[in-house]
Design a protein around this ligand. Structure first.
Ligand code: F6P
Length: 345
């Protein structure tokens, strides 16, 4: 078979493990593996490299993606879908494996509806894709958040300060929740649950009054205080998939820091974790998960299971319908947030 691969959207640690998994398993069956560069852009423009055992050797240990990534949306590119179809024909592709999140896999799902052979592999540090228990990249990212919070505790404590930490997650607060819980945040604020700045201040003041004279507030970049409505104050810029570019300009973390400083006597600082969260080497979990997903994707291609996505279900890797994975974001269930709240303050 001739199988193409692309990596689209924000990079996530573990992408290279998937690429290596696909290539090593694919070459063992003598399939030809072509890696398209820069996500959908590379498929539209037919820009690719041949993948073989030499150029994927040990890459599972590296973060990022050797195939590069972009947020190119074929719908926004003139004749984008025609470009993809002609690349299929010119390259005589039997299948394209799209490794990406909601946006990249949404395009894959549309191509499947148009009759092109596609398989999806779920990727995102946000962990907000439906139909899979976890996405690769998430584990590394929450470990990065946790390690940073560990560091912020010592400096916040020494200066008796509040530090507000803005964590990625525009529509789903998985990273703030898991990173915040692991890193001992005293308050965690998510996009799923509107928060109240006065309540956050009261909780912090009470903590100081009880003698615990510092505080760490973990806030997802998409969290909203209904009074402040800070979402609208972010940069007006949108990416090719129409998402507001949070984390640029003044963000909700800085806004909340200013509000806490205004409403209390507590000395307050803020930190935006930004792209640090998805940088660096993948965790052991993401290396192994990425490898298993890649190998499964090739097995699915051999069986002709197109229009499907590899998914982690419990401890098994299964094939699920691509359309079940896209369309509805997987947000944090309230019960999980209630568990976290037991440890606030
Ligand atoms: O989708 C992954 C993600 O890291 C989000 O958490 C974040 O909001 C966004 O990408 C940032 O996008 P960019 O890398 O384009 O700034």
């Amino acid at each position: 078979m001739h199988i193409g691969i692309l990596t689209g959207g924000g990079d996530a640690p573990g992408l290279n493990a998937v690429i290596r998994g696909i290539t090593v398993r694919g070459r063992s069956q003598e399939h030809r593996i072509t890696g398209f560069l820069r996500g959908w852009k590379g498929v539209i423009e037919n820009t690719s490299i041949e993948l073989n055992l030499n150029n994927v050797r040990d890459i599972h240990m590296q973060g990022g993606t050797v195939l590069l990534s972009s947020r190119t949306n074929p719908i926004r590119v003139e004749n984008g879908f025609e470009g993809i179809s002609s690349t299929y024909r010119d390259q005589k592709l039997d299948c394209l494996i799209a490794i990406g999140g909601e946006d990249t896999l949404g395009v894959a799902s549309k191509l499947n509806e148009q009759g092109l052979a596609v398989i999806g592999v779920p990727k995102t540090i946000d962990n907000d894709l439906s139909a899979t228990d976890f996405t690769f990249g998430f584990d590394t990212a929450i470990n990065n958040v946790m390690k940073t919070l560990d560091m912020l505790h010592t400096t916040a404590k020494s200066h008796e300060r509040v530090i507000v930490v803005e964590i990625m997650g525009r529509h789903a607060g998985w990273m703030a929740l898991y990173g915040g819980m692991a890193g001992g945040a005293h308050v965690i604020l998510l996009p799923e649950v509107e928060f109240n700045t006065d309540e956050v201040c009261d909780l912090l003041v009470k903590r100081y009054d009880e003698g615990y004279r510092y505080g760490i507030v973990a806030i997802a970049e998409g969290a909203i205080d209904p009074d402040l409505q800070r979402h609208v104050m972010h940069s007006a810029a949108k990416d090719a998939f129409g998402h507001v570019q949070l984390g640029t300009g003044i963000g909700v973390g800085e806004v909340l820091k200013n509000e806490i400083a205004d409403r209390t006597d507590l000395e307050t600082r803020h930190v935006v974790l930004g792209h640090i969260q998805r940088g660096g080497c993948p965790s052991a979990f993401d290396r192994v998960l990425g490898t298993r997903l890649g190998v499964k994707a090739i097995e699915m291609a051999e069986k002709g299971q197109f229009g499907k996505m590899t998914a982690l279900r419990g401890t098994e890797i299964e094939a699920v319908n691509l359309e079940d994975a896209v369309g509805t974001l997987k947000t944090v269930p309230l019960e999980q947030y209630e568990t976290a709240k037991l440890f606030f303050g």
